[in-house]
Design a protein around this ligand. Structure first.
Ligand code: 5GP
Length: 179
């Protein structure tokens, strides 16, 4: 069945997302003041959050992107994590902040964390807009979290279902009967 907007129920409005992102931005601005920072976004889902969060950080830093996938086309993780694109910036001896849209099983971030830790950054922290702790399959520390959510499949604000709905300005729950 084709993904349909009719099956989305709003969870976080655009205003609520933006207010929380301003708070996270202020916290990161305080925590990284005076530090040599590289902010790494995990594509594709992170793009709206990355743009809004980095603009809420009143600091100078480098940005870079990686792309990893642990999902097929549906709503369940395959468990296998593949790195499709590596970042093009060195993080050795520099502070590194990884930005993720949502942490679900933790498999993706666990792999990224180990990969980046081997490059010997001065520090490595993770910020995620959404965290689904009940679904965790491996332990991974998420240092900054926008919102903790229950075990829902969510779409919008970067999060897709079969490639659709990334452009919605809010986050909503997709009716699981039809996902
Ligand atoms: P993990 O490796 O933690 O299981 O999954 C991380 C990735 O799975 C996220 O970056 C995202 O692409 C995808 N994902 C996990 N939960 C959801 C969800 O509720 N909705 C959508 N659209 N993608 C999700």
């Amino acid at each position: 069945m084709e993904p349909s907007r009719d099956r989305i129920s709003p969870l976080f409005s655009e205003a609520r997302l933006q207010a929380r992102i301003k708070e996270l931005g202020a916290e990161l601005t305080r925590d990284y003041a005076g530090k040599d920072l590289v902010v790494v976004g995990l594509l594709n889902g992170v793009y709206p959050f990355f743009a809004d969060l980095t603009r809420a950080m009143e600091l100078d830093f480098d940005v870079s992107f990686m792309q990893a996938a642990s999902y097929g086309g549906g709503t369940e993780s395959t468990g296998e994590v593949i790195i499709h694109k590596d970042m093009d910036t060195s993080i050795r001896g520099r502070h590194c902040l990884v930005v993720e849209d949502i942490v679900d099983t933790g498999l993706t971030l666990n792999k990224i964390r180990h990969l980046l830790q081997d490059r010997e950054p001065a520090s490595l922290r993770i910020v995620a807009l959404l965290n689904k702790p009940k679904r965790r399959r491996v332990e991974v520390t998420v240092d900054y979290v926008g919102f903790v959510i229950e075990d829902h499949f969510v779409v919008g604000y970067g999060l897709d279902l079969s490639g659709k709905f990334r452009n919605l300005p809010f986050v909503g729950i997709y009716d699981p009967e039809h996902a």
